[in-house]
Design a protein around this ligand. Sequence first.
Ligand code: 5RP
Length: 220
Amino acid sequence: MSLTVDQQKQAAARAAIDYIENDWVVGVGTGSTANHFIDALATIKDRIDGAVASSEASAQRLKAHGIRVFELTAVGELPIYVDGADEINANLQMIKGGGAALTREKIVAQCADKFICIADESKLVRVLGQFPLPVEVIPMARSLVGRAMVKLGGHPAWREDCVTDNGNWIIDVHGLTIDEPIKLETAINQIPGVVTNGIFALRPADVLLLGKTSGVEVFK
Ligand code: 5RP
């Protein structure tokens, strides 16, 4: 058996189903790996109460499967959140936001008792930062935040034609070597106009289900 990248994502997503208990409302992420998870969740939809989505796209996919979608404000806390990542390190700290859903993802993750990251093996890295760091900004702050990113040693690029579900813009910051993820996550969030940044270190994942060519490996 030698799984392709997409099969690795699907295997990790399917493995996450084992963590779902009856009558739960499940927090659901965004992206191609999360889409595999939504499709897997549909196979057990009769034993869960529903889901909270981290994006409009995921909400639509859940609803298309006949899975009830709740507003986060209606449920408050969640037993579990399952989502992909653009990069993840051995401490289960991540870069997320390749799909521009980072702010809602961070909000839903923060409300969850357990965060399960599902990913293919290309996402596991030693040091975060090869993947450009997404930063969601209030549109009028784009230049201000860009200049601040240069001072932090990065090369900002505006993600053109991208408006987030919250009506904001994304700056992708290239060239950062993120040795201290908690410190940088905190620092970037202090810049006026930053809604949030794609470092998920203050609230890392609790479990990584990593799809590999040979199957799924579990990291805790
Ligand atoms: C979306 C995300 C995704 O989790 C991340 O981009 C990974 O995507 P994929 O599962 O398609 O590789 O953070 O904002």
